[in-house]
Design a protein around this ligand. Structure first.
Ligand code: ADP
Length: 608
């Protein structure tokens, strides 16, 4: 919360202050109106002085106009300021989420991040706009109202002052009980949103496995919980308004009784009583507004804290700097120089040197794992002492059972997670010495079940990158996607919208592969992404990649040996460990698991 106020509210303080001064002026005008009315009734009307009557009528008109204008202008300014602050906050939060390391996203969980970007930022918006609108108005109306009543009639004001502690107590009790109830309701809403999100995303599998009834029951449980918690919080706050109204009415009756007695006795006047009744209502409404403000403030504060936690968490930009500092410590050199190497474009002389070394580089490891071990948060090692080495243009096939760590290798190569130990090279360089952006620009990757966006196929392949049309079309052709796109739409790829296309699993995979190829990456990683292709298309695809993107270094993760048997190196994984590493022929000689797998998949015995 402190973090948010310091960073996001500070630049708007001047504008907020101007708004508050305007609001202050409007509110003071509001406060004067009953007083002027009382003056007119008690003094001006009995004197029957028309010009005085007109004069005070005009003053009332001007005050009403100033009150209206002041409030409207200040409210608009408040809405604008709150909107701008939250737009900026959401922008930063979204950026933060985009830069969060995968381990961070796992830790927060996706639904929690979504609710911070949606309902939490809405609550902060509500808090900022309400504080500006009521933060000045309500206390001034309360205090000003009390001062005015004290000035008008001390005896009547004491009636009001006696009632105030009762009102305060009711408000305090209701607020203290309802705020934690709303916090619990918000937690239930989080769970509810998570379930809805999972169920809608997985609607096909739910139907296919006839889990509809089961999911409906789960949904009903959460739905009931949200409704129940909201009902309880609502029941508690529902006491507030009627009981305040009751006390207001009781107070009014008392004021009228005491007032009537005082008018009769000649110690007070009708206008004063009328004004007093208006102030009484103003004071009560101000108290109600303040209690509402507390609810909104505590809701907003809880949300601001949740947003702050994400904003203050470490993202990939800070990770890069930390890694740099560690390298720096080890090399004992100058930090500034090392940072320049990462954050600034490469020096021309470095480039020239790199060109000279180009030939040698072809022989040097281009993509490599050197004794890499890794665990997710649980601490259990998911990869243990993994090593492989590819020269530029070579291909590695990775094969192994589900859960053996194949996808984790792809995630480490793209820097989504950091290895616990060992070294990873991409483009011939240690990935810890590369910016995340620089690293990922070299890589084209397709994960399992990657996302297609609701856009045309062409845009899905281009994905906002500055690519020539020829590059996109070449990738679509190489991924064997052009044929079905044409068949399906009878028109060009550019216009076929994903939403209406109703694509099969294999067709989706081909578009995703085209997306990875379109950027002409130096390293291509396909994680089980041709599993839905028939053998012929799979073969055509591999042939096209070899021909059209001959210099690409490939990593193919597959379940079928046929998809990887022609790879230059094959890595056999089991439970995060290397069971075998070599060419297909070598593994058929040396690796028992590989032989078994081959036999199972082909029904053959040993390879000839
Ligand atoms: P594969 O691709 O071979 O099926 P993965 O690399 O996806 O295997 O998973 C290897 C192991 O790591 C599995 O035991 C899996 O449960 C675990 N794992 C994968 N992703 C995560 C994650 N984000 N957090 C924690 N554990 C994970």
């Amino acid at each position: 919360m402190k973090h948010l106020l310091q960073i996001y509210v500070k630049p708007y303080l001047l504008r907020m202050a101007v708004g508050l001064v305007i609001k202050f002026t409007g509110t003071i005008m509001d406060l004067f109106l009953p007083w002027i009315l009382a003056y007119m009734i008690d003094r001006v009307i009995p004197e029957k002085n028309t010009s005085q009557l007109l004069y005070w009528g005009l003053v009332m008109l001007v005050c009403s106009f100033l009150a209206l204008a002041g409030n409207v202008i200040a409210n608009r300014m408040a809405a604008k300021v709150a909107g701008e602050i939250v737009e900026w906050l959401r922008h930063d939060l979204f950026e933060k989420v985009m830069y969060l390391p995968s381990a961070g996203v796992d830790g927060w969980t996706k639904p929690a991040l979504i609710s911070r970007l949606t309902s939490d930022s809405y609550n902060v918006h509500n808090m900022l706009s309400r504080i500006q609108r009521l933060g000045v108005r309500a206390p001034i109306l309360l205090l000003g109202g009390i001062i005015m009543t004290l000035n008008l009639d001390l005896a009547l004001a004491s009636v009001l002052l006696c009632l105030m502690p009762v009102l305060g107590l009711i408000m305090w009790q209701v607020t203290a009980r309802s705020v934690p109830m709303y916090t619990r309701t918000q937690e239930a809403v989080d769970g509810f949103v998570r379930l809805v999100r999972e169920d809608i995303a997985g609607i096909r599998v739910i139907k296919a496995l006839s889990k509809t009834e089961y999911e409906k029951e789960r949904f009903d449980v959460w739905n009931r919980q949200v409704v129940e918690r909201e009902r309880r919080a609502g029941m508690t706050t529902a006491i507030l308004n009627p009981s305040m109204n009751l006390i207001l009415n009781l107070g009014l009756v008392l004021v009228i009784l005491v007032g009537a007695y005082r008018v009769q006795a000649g110690t007070s006047q009708v206008g004063t009583i009328l004004a007093f009744l208006t102030y009484f209502t103003i004071i009560l409404n101000a108290m109600l507004s303040i209690s509402k403000m507390f609810t909104i403030l505590s809701k907003g504060q809880a949300s601001a804290d949740r947003i702050s936690q994400v904003l203050e968490s470490e993202d990939e930009r800070q990770l890069e700097l930390q890694i740099l500092d560690r390298i720096q410590e080890r090399e004992g050199g100058c930090t500034i120089l090392a940072r320049q190497r990462l954050w600034e474009p490469e020096m021309p002389e470095r480039k020239a040197k790199d060109l000279q070394a180009g030939e040698e580089e072809k022989e040097a490891p281009f993509v490599a794992f050197r004794d890499v071990s890794f665990s997710y948060h649980s601490g259990k090692l998911v990869l243990q002492h993994i090593s492989f080495s590819l020269k530029q243009g070579e291909t590695l096939g990775i094969i192994g059972e589900t859960g053996s760590g194949k996808t984790t290798i792809a995630a480490l190569l793209t820097g989504l997670y950091q290895a616990d130990s060992g070294q990873i090279l991409v483009g011939g360089k240690d990935i810890r010495k590369q910016k995340f952006g620089e690293l990922r620009e070299q890589i084209g990757i397709v994960f399992q079940n990657d996302t297609l966006f609701e856009d045309t196929i062409y845009e899905n392949v281009r994905l906002g990158r500055e690519l020539e049309e020829a590059q996109v079309m070449k990738a679509i052709r190489a991924a064997q996607a052009d044929e079905f796109v044409r068949k399906k739409s009878g028109q060009s790829q550019e216009q076929l919208n994903i939403r209406g296309a109703n694509l099969s699993g294999g067709q989706k995979q081909r578009i995703l592969i085209a997306r990875a190829l379109a950027g002409e990456p130096r390293v291509l990683i396909l994680d089980d992404s041709s599993s839905a292709l028939d053998y012929r298309t799979d073969m055509e695809l591999r042939k096209a990649i070899r021909q059209e993107y001959s210099s690409v270094t490939g990593i193919l993760i597959a379940q079928r040996i046929s998809s990887i048997r022609h790879a230059d190196h094959i890595l056999v994984l089991e439970d995060g460990r290397m069971l075998g590493y070599g060419t297909h022929e070598e593994l058929m000689e040396t690796c028992r698991s590989y032989q078994e797998l081959y036999r199972m998949q082909t029904g053959e015995g040993r390879m000839p």
